[in-house]
Design a protein around this ligand. Sequence first.
Ligand SMILES: [Zn+2]
Length: 336
Amino acid sequence: MRGVGFLKRQLRRAWPFGSGPRPVILMYHRVAELDSDPWQLAVSPRHFEAHLEHLRRSRTPMDLAAFVAALTAGTLPRDAVALTFDDGYVDNLHQAEPRLAAAGIPATLFLTTAAIGRPEPFWWDELAHLILDRSAPADLSVGIADGRYRLQFGEPDRLDLDRRRWRAWERPRTAREAAYQALWRLIRDASRPERERAMATLRRALGGAGAASEEERAMTPDEVRGMARRGVVTLGGHTLSHPALPTLTPAEQRWEIAEGKRAAEEMSGQRVEGFAYPYGAMDASAQAAVAACGFAWACSTVATAVGAADFQRYALPRIAAPNAGKAVLARALGDG
Ligand SMILES: [Zn+2]
């Protein structure tokens, strides 16, 4: 799950190294065809295939561990690209892995381990179903942490029904969108028990939404084990329960990061070396905790190419893969 403001960062990205390709780490979440995708988490299977074909022809795709090793050694090709997936959606298994295998392109999957094997959707998807996909009016007050949020909106208006155009990091146009955005922030920054309590309240009051499709769930432990065994996708850490790490104490940060690593290693039977910060949210203490837990490198969501000389091993930048064809991908990569 990406954070607010990534688009602004993407627009600000600079290319100080002149023309020619720069090494890039690409960030995906889902490979799926979605009706509504306020966070732009999904790339359609058709676009994903086009991406792989483009990357195979015009880039040097590398496993991210090899990418970081070459970066460290100063031998990384200018046109290197590494693919990453965050969270652990089951469509990564059904849609992404077979296409990666067919193209001979490796990827890294950063797993939110507490979600693995749980039937309910990730909270941000469920919140979107409860608020944005809802057709009935709502008027209730939800307690989150020390505050209360008043949720109040009427029948969906024209803009609500046309919600495919709205992105969750943009200014909300309707009361529904404003409610989704405000609750998203409050729930993201709440503690895990507070988050679960708030979601339970919303589910009860608004009439449980469930998942939009079978593909919206996270993988099961068996599915993760099979994926790790086949070796096209390497597992990485993404914490136990997907907190915004800067909202936690240093001890809590270490626990979330270490428990996520332990569970991912137990499921995969392999050493897990790489990490990605949930929501891209990091601070100095989170970076130190990732290093102290034994990770060799970590990815942020700062949307730039990778600098050869000034890279930060525990804050590697990543560019979000667009849900579009080759030409848009090439522009996002800075290739044309
Ligand atoms: Zn995530």
